[in-house]
Design a protein around this ligand. Sequence first.
Ligand SMILES: C[S@@+](CC[C@H](N)C(=O)[O-])C[C@H]1O[C@@H](n2cnc3c(N)ncnc32)[C@H](O)[C@@H]1O
Length: 248
Amino acid sequence: MIHSQQVLKRFSEAASAYDGAARLQQAMAWRLAKLCQRAAIPKGLWVDLGSGTGRLADALESCHPGQRVLRLDGSEAMLSRQPGAWTLKHDLSDGLPDWSPAPQLLASSFALHWLPDPARELQRWITALPNQGWLALAVPIAGSFPQWRQAANRSNQVCSAFTLPQREELVKAIAPGVIDCEECLNFTQRAQRPVDLLKPMTTIGASITDNGRLTAGGWRQLLKAWPRERSSSAFALTWRMLVLMVRR
Ligand SMILES: C[S@@+](CC[C@H](N)C(=O)[O-])C[C@H]1O[C@@H](n2cnc3c(N)ncnc32)[C@H](O)[C@@H]1O
């Protein structure tokens, strides 16, 4: 298992380049913020868990004038990209801080899967909410990257993508009757060269692997075996995202 400190070190090293390459993260932040706008969440403590450079917190504040959002992350370098913002350095693998009063909104995008036991942490996050408090979550799940896995099979190399949680495992961790909205969405990125599909992951610090490493030769073979998309004849990489709105 990858230790949180390794994950945080990699994200810290990538903090200055993060915003330039995190296009999918930016789009997802706005999608979550719009879902929150429809939900009429009570004012109070709102927190962006694993905020990184604050993409989601910024979108939430834009959609909810007057509401400040606490940006919590384990990486000081990520937090320091947001001068003047309300931030807290905290390692989420230690659970949540004790907040009193409890947060009315816990929001998180592209962060839960980096924690050692995502289903357990999700359960803890929901338990930390008061009655009628909200969780807004976007997380990549198993079923992502079918093209990467196909290229790995074809070239007889390992697929070194980070292990993502199963949708069923996450949903099972949530008490019955509290899910307000659940979406499973596919996002496909396209490029003229397979390597350009993986570069943004490296740039933003998300290329950590718990599934073995490839040699330079192994990478060459894998990239050569990447399938072309029939419809566009470009190379593609598909993310499967679970988007959840939970009202406790
Ligand atoms: C892919 S970035 C997502 C950032 C932001 N939520 C976004 O959508 O742009 C993942 C973030 O989770 C943070 N993170 C990973 N493990 C963490 C942990 N154990 N505790 C706190 N933050 C963590 C990283 O530092 C990084 O900023």
